[in-house]
Write a protein that binds this ligand. Structure first.
Ligand code: ZN
Length: 148
């Protein structure tokens, strides 16, 4: 473990993903890149359920610098292809949660890659609502203001 990794762990209150990155906790590693680590989830939703995390501690998607985000995206694609190939899955989900209200359990940005099969028991369903077109367009315009 490098001194740098040790500092990061102490800075982040024993964050489990920082500990995995630092090699303090073992993990079934799939990919070890400059900015990104991928490993199998120890409590998988399905066999082959993988995680992709930044090596540096960032709490949410909104905290990740662009160069790291690019590496995360490319790694998600690469690992997804490998998981699908190996498991023979007919589909896969990429899930990412930000903050407790969205179900983020570990406050270190991470992406789930979950292989899917016809009639598996996994559910990520929500109740679809309808929204008036004028209301939808007005809301889009309001959000667009926040993009500026
Ligand atoms: Zn962390």
């Amino acid at each position: 473990m490098s001194e740098n990794a040790s500092e990061k762990v102490s800075e982040n209150n024993g964050c489990i993903f920082c500990k995995i990155v630092a090699g303090e906790i073992p993990a079934a590693v799939l990919f070890d890149g400059e900015n990104v680590l991928s490993f199998l989830d120890i409590m998988p939703a399905a066999s082959g359920h993988a995680l992709v995390v930044s090596k540096e501690h960032f709490a949410t998607l909104l905290d990740v610098p662009h160069d790291v985000l690019k590496d995360l995206a490319l790694t998600i694609q690469k690992v997804s292809a490998a998981v699908v190939k190996h498991t023979g899955a007919s589909g896969f989900n990429v899930l990412q949660s930000n903050h407790e209200s969205a179900g983020q359990v570990i406050p270190h940005v991470h992406f789930h890659i979950i292989p899917r099969f016809e009639n598996d028991d996994l559910n990520f369903n929500w109740v679809q609502k309808t929204q008036d077109t004028a209301e939808l367009n007005a809301y889009a315009n309001e959000i667009k203001e926040s993009l500026k």
